[in-house]
Write a new protein. Sequence first.
Length: 423
Amino acid sequence: MKRNILLLSTLLLALVAQGQERTPVRLSLSLKQYLAAVAKGNLSYAAQVFNVAIAEAELKAARVFPDPEISFSYANNQDKTLKMGQGIETGISYPISFGNKRGAALALSRGGYEQSLSALDAFFLSLRADATLAYLAATHSHEQLALQSDSYAQLRKLAQADSIRLKLGEIMEVDALQSGVEAKALQGELFGAEDELQGALLALTRMQGAAIADTLINPSEPTPTWRRAFTQQELVRNALVQHPSLKVAAKDRELAQAKLRQLKADRAFEFSLEAGYARNAQVRNETAPAPAFSSYSAGITIPLKLSGMNRSAVRAAKLAVSQADMVYRDTEQQLVADIMRAYASYRTAERQLDYYNGGIAEQANTILKARVYAYQRGESSLVEVLNAQRSYNDIRAQHADARYRFAVALVELERAAGIWDIE
């Protein structure tokens, strides 16, 4: 009895422990490590890889030759009652097409395979850009949280000092109350920053393909400040040659042309060559007896393609070729527009970053320290200290935003130009 109670207690404890909330393990990764993990574990990318494997299998299937046809028949001319004998006949036929249907099908499958490779490259470029943006968002959230924590710590320290000074009668109660309220307000903003960071880490982990319940990926690097010496003309020129999305549009145009050629091949003149052999048994009928004999045959079968008189399918295929060509040209124009827009954004973000790198944050910090010192000596008001604190916090936050926008602008520029050298 005691043993059963012990087993039951152990089982209940195990169930309770299993039902408790598990804290995900935080895994710190550099950007290079994270991009490698995304390439390996992202489920959407893995699904895109299947398209390449499917297209490759279809290409191999298109290499086969047409199958010959074999026929077999048996005849019984009332041999049991009239003694007219029995017979068997066998034959073989093979289709011949003047339109090279196999070659057209092979070209279409090869184009589909090449198109799937180009589509995979385009998807991977976009995936790396999205993954980098998610990483940057997480680093930016980390920095925002650190700024909020530092600002809260400074105001909390000031509020504690004011509480002591109030007891000493050095300041009025309203000033001590005001500094305490400002510190609590920053604490509320700190909670919001923590929530934003948690959301950024979840998005980072989800893109990598890891189980969020077990692991939470954490960036191990601050927001980078990459610098690139790009020229707009060079980016446009290279994109018009090697951009993955433009290659996809070119392959789509080739596929439309290959489908038209296959349609014409299917409608071309074709026939089947036939050869046969027949064996007839002896006819034992008294009225018309005949010996057993064999016969051979050869022939040709020509289908009457009356459906070829309807040219609607060909016309539709030609329109599809024109449409694909129009899409290709539109893709070219869109690429140029995207690069010009992304390049302008990159240069603007660079100027903004250079502005904040000029030492404005250090100047604001110097002013804040001077205001705090004067306030502690009774030579400045609390309002002046709070204004200096807000200015310093805003400038630091704007500086962090400028670094983040500059990094994002570079990622978007390289995405638009179809290049990638970010690690």
